[in-house]
Design a protein around this ligand. Structure first.
Ligand SMILES: [Zn+2]
Length: 88
């Protein structure tokens, strides 16, 4: 089984299914990612795009995305580029 955030395999006992904040989606997340407050990266980019771009996102969402980027070691620059790519 793979964690939807870090794509690492995890033990059956570490399975956590939780809802993504502000998104109607339940993700399979390992305890490490859960503790970091991270969400699946594609949801971060897709939902930011739907919101009309980073500048239009509410602070609560930005917090979630910032935690996710930090946890996955992805730069804000890369993230904004990926959001742009998602629009195509
Ligand atoms: Zn994980």
């Amino acid at each position: 089984m793979l964690c939807e955030v870090c794509k690492d395999g995890f033990k059956e006992s570490d399975v956590v299914v939780c809802t993504v904040p502000m998104v109607p989606y339940s993700a399979r997340i390992c305890r490490n990612c859960l503790k970091a407050g991270a969400i699946p990266y594609w949801i971060a980019t897709a939902n930011t795009d739907i919101a009309g771009g980073w500048d239009n996102c509410i602070e609560e969402w930005k917090d979630v995305v910032n935690d996710t980027l930090k946890h996955l070691n992805i730069s804000m620059e890369q993230f904004l580029k990926d959001v742009e790519d998602a629009q195509e």
